[in-house]
Design a protein around this ligand. Structure first.
Ligand code: G3P
Ligand code: MG
Length: 245
């Protein structure tokens, strides 16, 4: 039996400031099978790792990523909002995260979520695919997005890339995906997974998000889902080893 993969959400959101290098370091330290990070495009077209469209919630600054340059974004403290001990954290670029993972020879999965559901960030798909193709990274890269035009575009740019269909609630919008575009994984919420009958479980790998509670982790391990995306990778790994060994 394949064990459920443990994918650290926004680095390790539950224990460190989300989507920072510190959070990603923690995900590596605890040996997460995968790491999920969110990507936007700055005013000067740099790939920026952050969840929201603005820096308001997770830094001491204000403004939209799309209206700020990388140099401007780097001025802000991206850790103190979480805890004063992280006041040196800065918003990372995708390049900084990848270089760190390369340095530590990370062999897991990196799930890049393209945050194009509110702003389309024209050209972001080309930039991401070109950046990933620059090197032979030691880890596997896969993409996800709530914006299916982004997923289609990624497959057009690189037909070997792996794409995950992200959906909320019952994912009615997934029927809008161009059926000629093969999807590789489904990334639904747990409520969807719980609502379907065993006969409706797709043949594609299902990775459920965001699974933090012990009872939900146990449920996913019992059902042997392909993966869980969690804010607490260390806890999830410890529980998995108890439930699936
Ligand atoms: O990829 C799962 C999850 O990250 C999707 O939602 O809002 O946390 O990016 P969000
Ligand atoms: Mg995400």
């Amino acid at each position: 039996m394949d064990q459920t993969k443990i994918i650290a959400h926004r680095g390790s959101k539950g224990t460190h400031p989300e989507n920072t290098l510190e959070a990603v370091k923690e995900a590596v330290r605890v040996r997460s099978d995968g790491i999920e990070i969110d990507v936007h495009l700055s005013l000067d077209k740099e790939l920026i790792v952050i969840h929201d469209e603005t820096i308001d919630r997770t830094t001491n600054g204000k403004g939209s990523i799309q209206n700020l340059t990388l140099a401007e974004l780097k001025q802000f403290d991206a850790g103190s909002w979480y805890s004063p001990e992280y006041s040196n954290c800065r918003i990372p670029t995708l390049q900084e995260i990848f270089c760190f993972l390369e340095k530590v020879d990370y062999k897991g999965l990196v799930n890049i979520e393209l945050k194009t559901d509110k702003f389309s960030y024209p050209g972001i798909e080309e930039k991401v695919v070109a950046f990933v193709a620059e090197k032979n990274w030691p880890f596997t890269v896969e993409y996800s997005s709530f914006n299916y035009q982004t997923l289609i575009q990624l497959k057009i740019l690189d037909d070997t890339c792996k794409i995950a269909l992200l959906f909320k609630e019952h994912g009615e919008n997934k029927t809008f995906l161009n059926l000629n575009i093969p999807v590789n994984m489904w990334h639904p919420k747990l409520s969807w997974f719980k609502s379907i009958s065993p006969f409706q479980v797709p043949e594609l790998p299902v990775r459920v998000w965001t699974i933090n509670k012990s009872e939900d982790l146990q449920f996913c391990f019992r059902k042997q889902v392909a993966g869980v995306i969690t804010d607490y990778p260390q806890k999830a790994l410890e529980m998995r080893d108890k439930w699936q060994n």
